[in-house]
Design a protein around this ligand. Structure first.
Ligand code: GLU
Length: 287
């Protein structure tokens, strides 16, 4: 069996919050419990949404919580050439096409065709009638199933629920779907543990792995941390911020969100060490 390689891949669009700490903790413990490698990858491919210094702050916060990666941290902003190479390959394989649609045109066409909001109606699949602005992946028809270690078997009809999706954006930046698949493949990531907000992105990523002949990692999505009002954590409903002056308290908060009982420890490093065997015998540790 291949050695387990996992990762935590935050987008530095702001400070690390409780939800991201839960995902970092889950991915770290799962890798350690499998005697695997754990890597950090900064997904900084969306400069318009990244405040200056956010990546450095995320990294220093992770360090404060005792998370030590097994290799150098990777920055997606240094890897555009890999995404370009993958797009070229997909072009050669006839998996992509240039799209000239604006957001407004997409919304109007989707409405006319009775499609759900945000579903791309395939307007440019048979040729764009204006200069292309973005590049889209041709989604094959049919339902796609995958196994999630936490949620079991899930399926999605990507064509109906998403449509042909963007790989390179109209503003020239790379789309998350392509970058994540290329990097997971290139870094040999074979186990992905991340937040359940990305569950419905997974079929798209599996389709891209297939198109690029990359191996499929296993997936485990961790239930989202909800605010007290039952909604997803956000700046508006508070509770998102981490108090970096009290890392012990905050890591316990993340641990309890995962459903575990608290225990005594002196430092975040000691906490992580003691948490690994608890994780190994928990509901999260299953094939
Ligand atoms: N960068 C993504 C985020 O912060 C996570 C990517 C992933 O884990 O696949 O939401």
């Amino acid at each position: 069996m291949n050695k387990y390689v996992g990762r935590f891949a935050p987008s530095p669009t702001g400070d690390l919050h409780l939800g991201s700490l839960v995902c970092a903790l889950a991915s770290y413990l799962d890798a350690r419990a499998h005697r695997g490698k754990w890597l950090i990858r900064i997904e900084d491919i969306d400069p318009p949404r990244e405040p200056a210094g956010a990546a450095e702050k995320v990294l220093s916060t992770l360090k404060l919580f005792g998370f030590e990666p097994d290799d150098d941290v990777i920055f997606q902003s240094h890897r555009y050439h890999l995404y370009e190479g993958a797009l070229e390959r997909l072009k050669q394989l006839n998996y992509v096409y240039g799209c000239s649609c604006t957001r407004r045109e997409i919304a109007m066409a989707a409405k006319q065709q009775g499609l759900r909001e945000n579903v791309y109606p395939g307007t440019c699949r048979s040729g764009a009638n204006k200069p292309a602005r973005s590049w889209r992946f041709k989604v094959p028809a049919g339902r796609f199933s995958f196994h999630d270690r936490y949620y079991g078997v899930l399926s999605q009809n990507v064509e109906d629920e998403v449509g042909d999706f963007v790989l390179k954006r109209a503003d020239g930046f790379w789309a998350y779907q392509l970058a994540v698949v290329v990097d997971d493949g290139e870094q040999g990531i074979n186990n992905i543990v991340r937040g359940a907000d990305l569950l419905d992105n997974t079929p798209r990523q599996i389709l891209l792995q297939q198109a690029l002949s990359l191996p499929h990692p296993t997936y485990m999505h961790i239930p989202l941390v909800l605010a007290e009002d039952g909604k997803k954590l956000s700046k508006q409903n508070g509770a998102t911020e981490l108090n970096t002056r009290e890392p012990d308290k905050e890591i316990l908060r993340a641990w309890k969100h995962l459903g575990f009982e608290e225990f005594k420890f002196q430092t975040p490093e000691e906490f992580l060490k003691k948490a690994i065997p608890v994780w190994s015998s928990s509901k999260y540790f299953r094939p």
